[in-house]
Design a protein around this ligand. Structure first.
Ligand code: FE2
Length: 375
């Protein structure tokens, strides 16, 4: 199956942060990213610095402003704190995907343009997503240099002795929106990008004793790009989605799931590098063992369950295959953005629906510690 928009793959995610240097240091030393490129005053970019960080097919740009005159970065960080400003898709034809999107009601942010230097050009365009996020379309066919014009190989690389988690690429990117906005944004992406609704969790599907949320997954028809969207649903206490909206002061990217082909090694490395994950209650693993014991031999979990429990990894069985996943604590100062690490076995396509209960109870415990659970 192909997608009609000529999407090749996920490309990069750019974060706007208070201090790009410090955040890049965390990405390199905790997440195991490599410092591949740099843009700033030394490379002819006067109002910002950006660190271009890579690992296999994973690409992040960490940007902060160097002057109060840079309202784009400055006002974003003042309002939202550190967060994902834009994510890019690598596409075959930037102008075509942009025109198709805008023709299907996408809100244009950047019309197709060439960003040039002496060695070539990169083509980019962007449409709006949520309050203050952008979905970018990029093509690098005519650019042989580091990332894009303005970037160079770093003169001094951020050094690291970090353990290597071997993260491969982005699996999915999740957005949080307000009450009654989920359907709007799902329809927006389905129309603009020719996506389809894959799963739809309604009232009662995802709830704990205290709080609830609604979730809809839209994806490209070839399952290359997966974009779950959550909105709060009424409960006794404050939904984790509502906490995000309050603390982020708006809607935006909640988490990015990073794909690995060996989650045991990945989580062991990331824990060794000091990354903190959500704590999973012991009882979860008793239930998991019982479920696994009931499965026919071929469907059983191949990983060592002792190790899965020791590392606090979650496992969700599907009708075909299973997925392993774990969520970091929010990476910044506000309880907003976090990462997920995910491994899919034997064609598992879901998002860990079976883990929602254990997971959200764990999130609510953290929320209560912050004093954000009670109204
Ligand atoms: Fe996820």
């Amino acid at each position: 199956m192909t997608n009609t928009r000529g999407i090749v793959s996920y490309d990069y995610v750019e974060f706007y942060v208070g201090s790009a240097k410090s955040t890049a240091y965390w990405f390199v030393n905790a997440l195991g990213m490599e410092h591949t490129g740099y843009a700033g005053p030394e490379t002819g970019v006067s109002d910002r610095v950006s660190y271009y960080l890579t690992q296999n097919n994973l690409k992040f740009v960490i940007t902060s402003s160097t002057t109060p005159a840079n309202h784009d970065v400055g006002s974003f960080v003042q309002r939202h704190g550190d967060g994902a400003k834009r994510w890019s898709l690598l596409v075959e034809d930037v102008a075509k995907v942009f025109e198709d999107a805008v023709h299907n009601n996408a809100i244009p942010i950047t019309i197709p343009r060439r960003i040039e230097d002496d060695s070539g050009y990169v083509e980019q365009a962007a449409i709006r997503l949520y309050d203050d996020t952008e979905l970018v379309f990029s093509n690098y066919d005519n650019y042989p240099g580091v990332f894009k014009p303005g970037f160079e190989e770093p003169r001094v690389r951020i050094k690291s002795n970090a353990a290597r988690p071997n993260l491969l690429c982005i699996d999915h990117i999740v957005g949080n929106v307000r009450v009654n906005e989920m359907d709007q944004w799902a329809t927006y992406l389905n129309r603009a990008m020719d996506f389809e609704t894959f799963v739809d969790f309604g009232p009662g599907d995802i709830s704990t004793r205290y709080s609830a949320l609604l979730s809809k997954v839209v994806r490209s028809k070839d399952n290359l790009v997966k974009n779950p969207i959550n909105e709060p649903f009424e409960g006794l206490k404050v939904s984790q989605i509502e906490e995000y909206i309050n603390e982020y002061h708006g809607t935006g990217v909640q988490h990015i799931a990073l794909l690995t082909d060996n989650i045991v090694t990945a989580i062991r490395s990331l824990r060794q590098n000091g990354i903190q994950f959500l704590e999973i209650p012991k009882a979860y693993y008793e239930t998991l063992r019982q479920k696994n014991d009931g499965l026919p031999g071929a469907a059983k979990i191949t990983e060592n369950l002792e190790e899965i429990e020791e590392l606090g990894i979650l496992c969700d069985m599907e009708s075909s295959g299973y997925l392993l996943q774990l969520f970091t604590q929010p990476i910044g100062d506000r309880p907003t953005f976090f990462f997920e690490i995910i491994q899919r076995r034997n064609g598992a396509e879901g998002f860990g629906q079976g883990n929602f209960q254990a997971l959200f109870e764990s999130i609510e415990k953290e929320q209560a510690r912050r004093g954000n659970l009670d109204r």
